[in-house]
Design a protein around this ligand. Structure first.
Ligand code: SR1
Ligand code: MG
Length: 410
């Protein structure tokens, strides 16, 4: 592993950093900062928000040479910041306002400067507070479709696509996903942990041969199916949402945090959204808020429908219509829906059993968490066993909802 020596930013040094970079000091005045906070709550990086006396704000995200949630004992290439900056720019060129604006990337200190979104909320935080943001799920579907078409050979000239693929190879971050998402839920590498009451559920998952075989298929697809420059970690903590006061309708949705981006299977991003909607539903059912749970379970259908509509619309501009016609387009959509179930199953299991859990479930009192965790694990097993059958996104929500209701605890 290469050693990386560079200065880590602190709340004391960010003003000097901004002063040394003309593009940034044009966005926020480093001599009159009224706010400098480190707000990173993810598993990997430092994130600073700066505000000057004129109310202008800037966000700086710095990649550390290790995994923040563990420390220096888990080295991790800071080059991931370059992949993130590149993918954010590529995705924004295709999906516009649905992606956070990158202002500058500093390859010496692995810092991405981006627009401040303090008037937005991280969607997971909003969901956990019981808030509804309508339109966000459909926006994510449109974003995934824009990226699926626009970064693949369907929408790109073949040499440019090959170069983009080569530039985005991201083995260190992909290895995290391969281990944590596909292998470790059933093969504990010493990082798994559940409540004592859920130990039988985790054991049953690991002993479920159908589930383990499906995870083998999922891992193979993830490692070999280089379809498009996917986000790679599209959970509800990677999305900002904003609604006008006294409205639940989003007026802005912004995807961020794409350091796991690489050329991979399109359905991996869709599966991540489906799994995270299930976590939101699990929390709501556990808290006895069935209306909110049902709303959360309407989100997979919203994401899928918007994805399919946007993909069909963009497909009108397919580069090689000689061989890629409507039948092929529908074949792709059919396969992606099946794979969405498969990847959602992996994502559901990993966040319950493995390292890097989700607050939706983890912050529930233990008595409620037990049933929520059990319901999610059973939904993961059932989705994995049924993934390669023809189905509709609503069937996924129905399957998860029934298990979450049946197994909730009080
Ligand atoms: C070691 S990083 C753990 C997890 O955090 C990110 O959000 C990814 O989901 C990754 O698997
Ligand atoms: Mg992240």
């Amino acid at each position: 592993m290469t050693t990386h020596e560079y200065e880590f930013l602190t709340t004391e040094t960010v003003a000097d950093y901004v002063r040394s970079r003309p593009v940034l000091s044009g966005r926020v005045d480093p001599d009159h900062l009224v706010r400098v906070d480190e707000i990173g709550d993810g598993n990997l990086n430092l994130v600073f928000v700066l505000e000057d006396g004129r109310g202008r704000r800037l966000v700086l995200k710095q990649a550390l040479p290790y995994v923040r949630m563990v420390g220096a004992g888990w080295p991790m290439t800071p080059e991931r910041a370059r992949r993130e900056a590149d993918s954010l720019r590529t995705h924004r060129a295709l999906a516009g306002e649905l992606v956070v604006e990158t202002i500058e990337y500093d390859p010496q200190q692995y810092v991405i400067a981006m627009e401040d979104l303090s008037d937005h909320a991280v969607w997971r935080h909003a969901l956990n507070r019981g808030e509804r943001h309508d339109g966000a799920a459909a926006a994510l579907g449109r974003y995934v479709a824009a990226v699926a078409f626009g970064t693949s050979v369907l929408g790109m000239e073949r040499d440019a696509a090959a170069q983009a693929l080569a530039r985005s190879v991201n083995p260190d971050l992909c290895t995290i996903t391969e281990d944590l998402v596909f292998t470790e839920p059933s093969v504990d590498a010493g990082r798994n942990e559940v409540l004592a009451a859920n130990e039988p559920d985790a054991k049953a998952l690991a002993a479920d041969e159908t589930f383990v075989a499906a995870m083998g298929v999922a891992k193979w697809k993830f490692m070999t199916q280089a379809e498009a420059l996917i986000h790679g970690d599209l959970h509800t903590g990677s999305v900002f949402v904003r609604a006008a006061e006294s409205s639940t309708e989003c007026d802005s949705v912004k995807v961020f945090d794409s350091e796991f981006a690489f050329y991979g299977p399109v359905a991996f991003d869709l599966g991540a959204t489906f799994a995270n909607y299930v976590f939101a539903a699990a929390r709501a059912y556990a808290q006895g808020d069935d209306d909110r749970a049902e709303w959360a379970l309407s989100l997979p259908g919203q994401t899928w429908d918007a994805f399919a509509a946007e993909f069909r619309a963009r497909f009108e501009g397919v580069r090689d219509g000689r061989v890629w016609g409507q039948a092929f387009r529908e074949t792709l959509l059919d396969r992606w829906l099946r794979e969405t179930w498969l990847f959602a199953a992996a994502k559901m299991a990993r966040r319950i059993v493995g390292a890097a859990k989700v607050k939706d479930v983890e912050t529930l009192p233990e008595a409620l968490r037990e049933g929520a965790a059990r319901g999610v694990l059973l939904a993961a097993r059932e989705a994995a066993s049924a993934w390669d059958a023809p189905h509709r996104p609503e069937d996924f929500a129905a399957l998860a909802g029934a298990l979450l209701r049946e197994h909730r605890t009080s």
